[in-house]
Design a protein around this ligand. Sequence first.
Ligand code: G1P
Length: 292
Amino acid sequence: MTSQKIRKAVFPAAGMGTRFLPATKATPKEMLCLVDKPLIQYGVEEAVAAGCTEIILISSRGKTTMEDHFDANPELEASLAAKNKTALLEIARSVSKLAKVVVTRQPEPLGLGHAVLMAKEIVGNEPFAVLLPDDIVDAEVPCMKQMVDAFEEVGCSILGSEVVEGDAISAYGCLDCTADPLNPRLLNVKNMVEKPKPGTQPSQNAIIGRYILTPRIFEMIEAITPGAGGELQLTDAIKALLLHEKVYGYSYVGKRHDAGDKQGFLRATVELGLKHPILGQSFRSWLKSQSF
Ligand code: G1P
């Protein structure tokens, strides 16, 4: 049990985004625009809302637009200032002021566990958050904030979780768990399996792309061998961590969109478009006026 604060958030973002071709041939998947901002900005804003002050991007070749997005753009700012476009200037500036952004690279796509391992030196000896940018969680209290609040109670690793129906569970890490009698949002985890074959899943509780992990996870990742899909799986490392420390699941309140998938991205676009503070109302009227 630790009482350290969660200050750092790791964003594995080195993948090739093949599920989204051709859009991702030359553009990082994380930079696809959902309503009016890139996917990765949603996750970064969520981490900042949870109290994180340092964002660690795990990047790879050809993906520098991600770090540019969170950097200042003096030419753009000067041009907007000269034209007195103060609202736009504020939007442009606010993105670069969100947090300190540190970038490191994953040279080869060896799996999610390996991607997280790339952050070992930057994270150091403190608990940290991991957010997978594909998972967009729409929630009144940001999902990672809910998890940080729970972490402050229990002081050990916590995995965001939700129930998924039927064989869809085979696309996820799956928890063998029971709800904690004192706080049913907390799940006591006994075991876990990455991408169980249909019919073999221990439950319908999936791990979603939100984690709080203790630094011992790095030792565990270093010790695992390739698992599902021949990759170094984060789930396998957390399973190894279970032998040393308690790990909880957390049934967050909110709705997740798998925006790394074309269908999920379209749905997220409509739902978040309808909720957008400026565009929402007129988008709703337009949708209603259509006879699809
Ligand atoms: C990854 C994790 C998996 C988790 C999922 C959540 O899988 O390996 O355990 O359930 O993210 O989105 P991927 O989607 O990269 O196959």
